[in-house]
Design a protein around this ligand. Structure first.
Ligand code: KIV
Length: 283
């Protein structure tokens, strides 16, 4: 059954945990969807994982639309949330609504996610009023990496923790239907999860959140540029892929691949005629 914002609300009410993973392409989205994961985030971690940037700053609207549309085609039941990239909503409320609209119309997402608290509440309100569900993202917000001075856990001290609580209440009030909490102390995330009526989706925020999200390439050990403390490898696909690539390379170079069973046959009579034809060409 298709997961919607209502599914998220109901799961929170019933105390059922929400699962979310990132994806950036059709085939991965199909696999995640068929595994029963509730939601797929087309994260702007696309920048790191797929495009090879050191951060998410350079990711464009076109990137998000292109990959969002591919994921949407593969997600039958999972709720597809598409990240609003850096500077697609910070500049103005108008830009935020127009760009959120493009992610829905062209990217075929069912919701958008944007980073920030009180300062982006006007954007959250306007996007929501335009009929587009919004996930807010608090804590370690990667688009602000240059303000944080790196990928660092957030809200560990009293004042930043109080600010995070105020931000969470404000984004809920502005209309966000879920709040991502990234790299914040587990105890704080539990407090926020208990305070909010909408679900929290944690990443590096402990088990007290209403749901969890991970970058799929992290949890499958496919991405190795950096590995945050909260990442667990649920399968060793990265090493398995590398072993497969090495075996292919070896067989191609040894001439053992492709074998007979990987080739298309031709009738002997046709082959004989071709040989004759080539002979005539060469004369
Ligand atoms: O871009 C992303 O993948 C995200 C998750 C880390 C929550 O925002």
């Amino acid at each position: 059954m298709k997961n919607t914002v209502i599914t998220f609300q109901e799961m929170k009410k019933k105390g059922e945990k929400i699962s979310m993973l990132t994806a950036y392409d059709y085939s991965t989205a199909k696999l995640i969807d068929s595994a029963g994961v509730n939601s797929i985030l087309v994260g702007d971690s696309l920048g790191n994982v797929v495009l090879g940037y050191p951060d998410t700053i350079s990711v464009t609207m076109e990137d998000m639309i292109h990959h969002g549309a591919a994921v949407s085609r593969g997600a039958e039941n999972a709720l597809v949330v598409i990240d609003m990239p850096f500077m697609s909503y910070q500049t103005s409320v108008y830009d935020a609504v127009v760009n959120a609209g493009r992610l829905m119309k062209e990217g075929r997402g069912q919701a958008v996610k944007l980073e920030g608290g009180v300062e982006v509440c006007p954007q959250i309100k306007a996007i929501t009023q335009a009929g587009i569900p919004v996930v807010a993202h608090l804590g370690m917000t990667p688009q602000s990496i240059n303000v944080f001075g790196g990928f660092k856990s957030q809200a560990k001290e009293l004042e930043p923790a109080k600010k995070l609580i105020r931000d969470a209440l404000a984004v809920e009030e502005a209309g966000a239907f879920a709040v991502t909490l990234e790299c914040v102390p587990a105890k704080l995330a539990t407090i926020v999860s208990n305070l909010l009526k909408v679900p929290t989706i944690g990443i590096g925020a402990g088990a007290g959140c209403d749901g969890q999200v991970l970058v799929y390439a992290d949890m499958l050990a496919m991405f190795s540029d950096f590995s945050p403390k909260f990442v667990k490898h649920f399968a060793d696909i990265g090493p398995a892929m590398k072993a497969g690539f090495e075996a292919y390379d070896k067989e191609v170079k040894a001439g053992t691949y492709p074998a007979e069973e990987h080739t298309y046959a031709m009738q002997d009579a046709v082959y004989d005629e071709i040989v004759k034809y080539v002979d005539t060409l060469m004369k």
